[in-house]
Each structure stands twice: as structure tokens, then as C-alpha cells.
Ligand binder design. Structure first.
Ligand SMILES: Nc1ncnc2c1ncn2[C@@H]1O[C@H](COP(=O)(O)OS(=O)(=O)O)[C@@H](OP(=O)(O)O)[C@H]1O
Ligand SMILES: Nc1ncnc2c1ncn2[C@@H]1O[C@H](COP(=O)(O)OP(=O)(O)O)[C@@H](O)[C@H]1O
Length: 208
């Protein structure tokens, strides 16, 4: 049973070095890039390509990948609705810490429910939460089936698989939408370029 919000007699401890000083040190601004989309839509590919490009520009980022976090922090959670909600809540809280540390935190999770993503957005000052929607057709994701999970889901061997027998709620107001052009998916480098350009234009890649 959840004990979230049950602590009493707790106080906020101020720390001597603040967010602004960390950001100045890093010459960047902390934020959360939240990449959402179906399994196989390219979330991890985009996260890794953006991470590499930022690194080559001397900018510090860190990837929170849903699959990876389920090996540790979220190993007690499955895929029923309340588990997914708790998964997203925890990752939102961790992402907020990374942003406060001054990093560009790249969270890559299916995060299928709009209210859960919006709850993460509400944890951060609005402009510091950048929602990136991998708007790829289910058919493409299923054709890719990099992990063979769609095949298992279609065969009824995985129950509650997003897009097959579990819902995905697309964002209504995301900052960036990646989609096919003339039926062709942009290359990883083009997708990442769009995201990094956005970060640059919004001033996240410098401090002042
Ligand atoms: N039932 C079901 N539905 C969706 N996905 C499933 C499921 N079971 C296992 N997987 C694998 O788990 C990865 C998604 O984990 P997430 O933490 O991103 O999911 S969620 O945000 O809590 O919905 C997802 O990874 P990606 O393919 O990278 O999206 C799958 O590999
Ligand atoms: N822009 C792209 N162009 C071509 N193939 C891609 C692209 N993005 C991802 N892929 C391929 O699609 C598959 C699924 O990508 P992945 O990043 O693992 O998706 P997700 O993290 O959303 O499950 C992988 O085999 C990957 O190489």
C-alpha cells in the first residue's frame, strides 16, 4: 500500500549552493525533456541521439529510460494502470531533481496517460518541462517490433500491451511533435536536431 504523502513533522532543508549557481557552473539551464510514445516509436533512439549531440556541445544531460528504471528504482511495478501512474510519478520526481541539479534530463517512457504526464509537468515551472511526442503510427511500431513484444501481445501472451489492448492518450499541447513526413520517419539525427535546436532557441544551452 502506498505511503505517499504520509510523512509528518518534516521540514525543508535549504542547501548553500542553489540551482542558479549550478546552472552558472554548467553554463546551461536545467530542464526535463519528456519523450512519450508507443513502444517502438523511437523514444530511446531519440533520447540517445539527443544525449550524444548535447555531450558533443559540452552540455550535461542524463537519460531516464523507462525500461532501464524498471530494472531498479521501479522494479516493484508492473503495467496495470496504477503501477504505470506510480512509475511516471517517481520518474517525474527524479527528473525534477536532475533539472534542479542543472542538467538536461531526458525522460523516455511510454507514459500513456495524459493526467500522469500533466502531473509531471505541474512539478516543474512550465517552460522547464518540454514534452516530446513520438507520433508514429502503431503499424510502423508493430512492423519494427524490435523486442518481439507486439508479436507476443497479438498472440495474447502479453496482456495489457500499450496500443494493442491498453490505451495510449496522445498529448493535446506538446512542445515538440515528431512525425513521419510523406510517409517517411525522419532520421535519428534529424529528430535530435529538431529537439536540440528547440533547446538552443529557448535558451537552455547557456546560462545567461
Ligand atoms: N504491457 C506492456 N505495455 C507496454 N510496454 C511493455 C509492456 N510490457 C513490457 N513492456 C516493456 O516495457 C517498456 C515500457 O516501460 P515504461 O516504463 O516506459 O512504461 S509506462 O510508461 O509505465 O507505460 C517498453 O519499452 P519501450 O519499447 O522502450 O517503450 C516495453 O519494452
Ligand atoms: N528515426 C528512426 N528511423 C529509423 N529507425 C528508427 C528510428 N527511430 C528508431 N528506429 C528503430 O526503431 C526501433 C525502436 O526504436 P526505439 O528507440 O527502441 O523505440 P522505443 O524506445 O520507443 O521503444 C529500433 O530498432 C530503432 O533502431
Amino acid at each position: 500500500m502506498s505511503t505517499v504523502g504520509n510523512s509528518t513533522n518534516i521540514f525543508w532543508q535549504e542547501c548553500p549552493v542553489g540551482r542558479a549557481e549550478r546552472q552558472k557552473l554548467l553554463n546551461q539551464k536545467g530542464c526535463v525533456l519528456w519523450i512519450t510514445g508507443l513502444s517502438g516509436s523511437g523514444k530511446s533512439t531519440l533520447a540517445c541521439t539527443v544525449g550524444r549531440e548535447l555531450h558533443s556541445k559540452g552540455k550535461l544531460s542524463y537519460i531516464l529510460d523507462g525500461d532501464n528504471l524498471r530494472h531498479g528504482l521501479n522494479r516493484d511495478l508492473g503495467f496495470k494502470a496504477e503501477d504505470r501512474t506510480e512509475n511516471i510519478r517517481r520518474v517525474g520526481e527524479v527528473a525534477k531533481l536532475f533539472a534542479d541539479a542543472g542538467l538536461i534530463c531526458i525522460a523516455s517512457l511510454i507514459s500513456p496517460y495524459r493526467k500522469d504526464r500533466d502531473a509531471c509537468r505541474a512539478m516543474l515551472p512550465d517552460a522547464n518541462f518540454i514534452e516530446v511526442f513520438m507520433n508514429m503510427p502503431l503499424q510502423l511500431c508493430e512492423e519494427r517490433d524490435a523486442k518481439g513484444l507486439y508479436k507476443l501481445a497479438r498472440a495474447g501472451k502479453i496482456k495489457g500491451f500499450t496500443g494493442i489492448d491498453d490505451p495510449y492518450e496522445p498529448p493535446l499541447n506538446c512542445e515538440i511533435e515528431i512525425q513521419q513526413k510523406d510517409g517517411v520517419c525522419p532520421s535519428p539525427s534529424d529528430m535530435a536536431g529538431e529537439v536540440v535546436t528547440y533547446l538552443g532557441e529557448k535558451g537552455f544551452l547557456q546560462y545567461s
